[in-house]
Design a protein around this ligand. Structure first.
Ligand SMILES: *Cc1c(COP(=O)(O)O)cnc(C)c1O
Length: 384
């Protein structure tokens, strides 16, 4: 009998910050990671209450709301499912323009909730006119609209404030917004935009380790949940609401991730939310200009997939010219020590995605753009 392989101990050395540009998960600052190395506490005790009440104001500020912000030990998809199972007792209209828009629709199907997709081509936004037409032409049919604010698979930023205003023209219809790559990186106003549900995850624009989801819900949303007996146990909005004023979680929380959240909320407060949005916007604009210049310099067809005016400040999808492949460019950048993503799903071969989100700054962005210049020039040289 051959002996089993020796157990390998994988020791990871700390990575140099600024080389990891996936559009999620994103790079986490060492001091945020270090905050997790503290003892586990009893989550029904005073320590937990202190932890949650300590970050309460910062969390409401992040969501721009006076409502409480719920924190769930799950990934963001858990709160997407919450929206589907807690907010509709009729038919759902899912705005689909990419992979995450489609996910809402799939969740509805899997949870046995009637839903239709209002689909646009990947890389295209949903306009208020399109939504108004869909809702007006089917009066009384829908009671929930789902929309992805920043569609991470394409880099499109949907005009959520305007879409929410269209939904508000219809009594009885709620709007649930996936803000996973917008909350903390782009302007999102829960109260001012009059949203019903807004969710995000820890590992995208918030630059935390994966494992937490955050959300806010309107009074209308809670009233709706009360009408739905089979709304899920783990993801019961009314339980989240009941626990919020006690600064308690619904179930056993991933306490060490909450430590990281606390540390990161402190950092976000210090930077200032508006400054954080501006930093993301500047990184995005630099990336769009870079893609344009790349086209001019090489005489090839490079372009930003999302149309002007509908581009996400946190992630850019760059369409590649014929002869270049997303996975190949990603592999070549990786060989130089830099991580980015190819396109998502059907866009995989023809695009690359740069996640300029979380705690990155312009300095680090310039470094990866320079690496991409080298990689792309090499390949174009090979084509000639
Ligand atoms: C990553 C992502 C999700 C899914 O998040 P998980 O934390 O993996 O569940 C949902 N929506 C958008 C827009 C995303 O970018």
């Amino acid at each position: 009998m051959p002996l089993p392989d020796p157990i390998r101990v994988i020791v990871t050395k700390p990575m140099e910050f600024g080389r990891f540009f996936l559009p999620g998960p994103t790079e986490v600052r060492p001091e945020v990671l270090e905050a997790m190395v503290r003892p586990v506490i009893g989550h029904r005790g005073e320590d937990m209450e202190r932890l949650l009440s300590g970050m309460d104001t910062a969390l409401r500020g992040l969501f721009r709301t006076r409502r409480p912000v719920y924190v769930s030990t799950s990934s963001a998809t858990g709160f997407m499912e919450t929206a589907i199972t807690n907010l509709s007792r009729g038919r759902i209209l899912c705005l689909v323009g990419g992979a995450f828009g489609a996910r809402f629709h799939k969740i509805a199907e899997r949870c046995g909730r009637p839903a239709d997709a209002l689909a646009v081509e990947w890389g295209t936004p949903h306009t208020p006119a399109l939504l108004r037409e869909a809702l007006d032409s089917s009066p009384g049919v829908y009671d929930l609209v789902t929309v992805v604010h920043s569609e991470t698979s394409t880099g499109v930023l949907n005009p959520v404030a305007e879409l929410a205003a269209v939904v508000r023209e219809h009594e009885d219809i709620l709007i649930a917004v996936d803000g996973v790559t917008s909350v903390g990186g782009a302007r999102v106003e829960f109260d001012a935009w009059d949203l019903d549900f807004l969710l995000t995850g820890s590992q995208k624009a918030l630059a935390l380790p994966p494992g937490l989801a955050l959300a806010a819900a309107s009074r209308r949303a809670l009233e709706r949940a009360e009408e739905i007996p089979a709304r899920s146990y783990y993801f019961d909005l009314l339980e989240f609401e009941r626990r919020a004023p006690e600064f308690q979680t619904t179930n056993t929380p991933a306490v060490n991730l909450f430590y990281a959240l606390d540390a990161q909320m402190e950092r976000i407060t210090q930077e200032g939310l508006e400054a954080r949005w501006a930093r993301h916007q500047a990184m995005a604009e630099r990336t769009w200009t870079w893609a344009e210049e790349l086209g001019d310099r090489t005489g090839r067809d490079f372009s930003v997939l999302a149309p002007e005016g509908y581009r996400s400040p946190t992630v850019t999808s760059v369409t590649l010219p014929d002869g270049l492949s997303g996975p190949d460019i990603v592999a070549a950048a990786r060989a130089k020590g830099f991580t980015l993503a190819p396109g998502y799903g059907k866009l995989k071969p023809s695009t690359i995605r740069i996640g300029h989100m979380g705690d990155h700054t312009m300095t680090e962005l310039e470094t990866i753009l320079a690496v991409l210049d080298e990689v792309i020039d090499d390949r174009i040289g090979g084509l000639e």
